[in-house]
Design a protein around this ligand. Structure first.
Ligand code: UD1
Length: 432
């Protein structure tokens, strides 16, 4: 097996390699957390709302951001790396209204072009998006929200086609607090005449980050982070400099990877309140936690205690950490019950985790995990982003070597993966 040492971790180039993890080798380590993927994929399209040059800091260097950047470039924006790591400069003039299919199919977040393009151009053609295979992901709430602002929205030839001579503020109730629908609606409503009120809005920190970004541009968005958001539309927006919040899912993932390896783990550059649901569950599992304000340290003696949990919209337990926590609980003392309430088919990791010796049964949207005393490394394949992260958690905990294929899915959301795993004390390398 040919080994590549210290290859530069370009997300595009590494995609055809595999990640080899040597389990049970973890020492203590600390990792600095990058900017939030889900903020960045919303804030980049929001830059289209103002002509001129916006500067974003703390943008993660991951494949999903690279695709979103290419989409903006294809629409006519100029995007360049800034002087600092994580800095992007986006110059926006006139923009096209049609998102190319070849790019949109790679990224679910491409649907977040809909709101800004309708706001800026009065029209948008956005292909039905791609993204993780975790169940059918309808867009009815996005479409309903735009229609209520006065846009005509059709699905034609695999595209969402929206047109609006003018947008008018409205009261919109979302049947489910969808993150993406809330974000598209807020962005479109900045250009609507009058006030828009979003009821049952998503409360995720990334929605708040987008609202803060829009407010910095001159918009008036009030109430983000609660279930009622008001947007006073029609204000002129200007380009700004803005720093993306830390990625709570990346932070949670590294906490779980470090704990799975048995060492003391510290994640730096985090906002601990954004991780409250995970931290509460870790404490229940017997993990000793230190909240340092902008860092979290965690340590576990022996095996975790089994847990019962449900994924829920924020501030509930995030679905994006469910696969990783499930992997961590494979070694729990007792039987854990995990109920997935956000996505209908988010247990793709289970069959792969069984290869390492995990004992898991699925019953509808519930996974029952019978904790085992040890796992053994095996070749496995990731077919979505967080499943890939879960396979690393399990690989770190397993005896022997775990070879992970499908790494391109992991690199959609984790920057400098090998470097950060090494900082965590995990023995790993890229192999051809
Ligand atoms: C965002 C996140 C994703 C996370 C998810 C839930 C981004 C780029 N991605 O995805 O990482 O897993 O939130 O926290 O921010 N739904 C509908 N109709 C709609 C829209 C959604 O029924 O029009 C349903 C979905 O099928 C799903 C649930 O609502 O069951 C949550 O989806 P949503 O919050 O919209 O997730 P995304 O914005 O796609």
């Amino acid at each position: 097996m040919a080994t590549i040492h210290k290859a530069k971790e370009n997300p595009m180039k590494l995609a055809d390699r595999k990640l080899l993890i040597r389990g049970r080798t973890a020492r203590s380590g600390r990792v600095t957390i990058s900017g939030a993927k889900n903020s960045a994929v919303a804030v980049l399209p929001a830059c289209l709302l103002a002509e001129g040059t916006s500067i974003l800091q703390n943008v993660p260097d991951i494949a999903d951001v690279a695709v979103q950047r290419e989409i903006l470039e294809s629409l006519g924006a100029e995007v360049s790396d800034g002087d600092q790591p994580g800095e992007l400069r986006l110059s926006v003039g006139d923009v096209d209204a049609e998102v190319p299919y070849a790019l949109a199919k790679q990224l679910r977040g491409s649907v977040l072009l809909l709101g800004p393009l309708v706001a800026r151009k009065g029209e948008a053609r956005v292909p039905l998006p791609g993204g993780c295979a975790i169940g059918s992901r309808p867009l009815d709430l996005h479409l309903k929200a735009l229609r209520e602002l006065g846009a005509e929205v059709e699905i034609e030839h695999g595209h969402i086609a929206a047109r609006a001579r003018r947008l008018v503020g409205a009261e919109v109730y979302l049947d489910f607090p969808s993150v993406g629908a809330t974000e598209n609606l807020i962005m479109a409503a900045t250009a609507a005449q009058g006030t828009t009120v979003v009821y049952n809005a998503a409360k995720e920190p990334e929605v708040v980050d987008l609202a803060n970004f829009l407010n910095a541009m001159g918009a008036r968005v009030v109430g983000a982070g609660t279930d009622t958001i008001k947007i006073e539309g029609g204000r002129e927006l200007r380009p700004v400099e803005y720093t993306i919040i830390p990625d709570r899912i990346e932070a949670g993932t590294y906490l779980l990877m470090g704990l799975a390896g048995g060492g003391r783990v510290t994640v730096e550059n985090v906002i601990p309140t954004h991780l409250e649901a995970l931290l509460a569950k870790l404490e229940e599992a017997g993990v000793e936690l230190t909240d340092g304000g902008d860092y979290i340290s965690a340590r576990l003696e022996g095996r975790p205690k089994a847990l019962q949990l449900k994924t829920l919209p924020y501030p509930g337990f995030p679905t994006d950490l469910q696969p990783q926590l499930s992997a961590f609980l494979l070694l729990a003392n007792g039987t854990s019950v995990i109920s997935e309430r956000i996505f209908e088919d988010r247990f793709g990791h289970v069959d792969e985790l069984k290869r390492l010796g995990g004992k898991v049964e699925i019953d509808g949207r519930t996974a029952v995990i019978d904790g085992v005393e040890s796992l053994t490394g095996a070749p496995v394949t990731a077919t979505d982003l967080r499943m890939g992260a879960a396979l690393i958690v399990a690989g770190v905990a397993a005896r022997g070597e775990t070879l992970i294929d499908g790494v391109e899915h992991i690199l959609r959301g984790y920057e400098r993966l090998e470097e950060k795993l090494t900082q965590l004390g995990v023995a790993c390398e890229w192999v051809e």
